[in-house]
Design a protein around this ligand. Structure first.
Ligand code: UDP
Length: 238
């Protein structure tokens, strides 16, 4: 039986690095496929799914500019990296029979739809997965902010931030055995404690619109679906 959920529409934010597997760079198709299956299990629950995927597995603007590249150009390269990741995810989802649209904040009509809010909403109503690519379309932002922006625009009930760990800790749980996981933490605590959930502009945008951020582990099979049906460990930022 398919578990039930109170969620109708959600945003799933994953970093580009989540798609690279153990390679240290780029795209690892079996890993993309594994995440696509996680998305599929949630789609089968009837939940409408928005996705934002970062680009850090390919290019980050800050790294480029640290090496002497002009910042805005480097940021546009980062945004283009997110389009590549979005296309890879679209391909994996469609392989599973899930209708998927890549919607780009930078117009490139040959590869992705332009962002038109009402059109995106219509796709969601028709149960198509919408992957929002090219971030916000502006330099100096991140895909965390893009995910928060689109989640607000699409009236998602929450952002699900898939990470390597199953929540927000007071210190790095990979390095410290006594790190403590929060059940719930406020936006302001995240900002003041520099807890590294998302960057400050994303947290502030979520706070100002009372949009909960649920931090969970993308590595636990069935984790995404489990949390949507009220199980598993995670942290709610709200
Ligand atoms: N980026 C940008 N504007 C946006 C979103 C992303 O300029 O609205 C650029 C920025 O250079 C960033 C890169 O795209 O470093 C990749 O995104 P991000 O670092 O958020 O990816 P993640 O860390 O989630 O993989």
């Amino acid at each position: 039986p398919i578990p039930t959920t109170k969620f109708k529409r959600v945003m799933l934010k994953i970093s580009g690095e989540a798609l690279m597997g153990d390679q240290g760079f780029g795209l690892h198709p079996p890993t993309v496929e594994r995440i696509a299956r996680e998305v599929q299990t949630v789609q089968q629950m009837g939940v409408e799914i928005c996705m934002v995927i970062g680009g850090g597995n390919i290019f980050r603007g800050l790294q480029g500019s640290a090496q002497g590249m002009e910042r805005t150009t480097a940021d546009y390269m980062g945004m283009l990296a997110t389009v590549m990741n979005a296309l890879a995810m679209q391909s994996a989802l469609e392989e599973l029979g899930i209708h998927t649209r890549v919607i780009s904040a930078i117009t490139m009509n040959e590869v992705a739809e332009p962002y038109i809010r009402r059109r995106a909403v219509r796709h969601l109503e028709k149960k198509r997965v919408c992957i929002f690519a090219a971030g916000t379309g502006n330099p100096y932002f991140t895909t965390d902010t893009a995910a928060t922006l689109r989640a607000n625009e699409m009236a998602c009930e929450a952002i699900f931030k898939g990470t390597k760990v199953n929540g927000v800790y007071d210190k790095d749980p990979v390095k410290f055995a006594d790190a403590k996981r929060y059940e719930k933490v406020s936006y302001d605590e995240v900002l003041a404690g520099h807890l590294g959930v998302m960057d400050a502009s994303a947290i502030a945008l979520a706070r100002d619109n009372s949009l909960p951020i649920i931090v969970f582990s993308l590595d636990e099979p069935g984790g995404f679906r489990g949390i949507l049906s009220g199980q598993g460990t995670y942290t709610t930022v709200g």
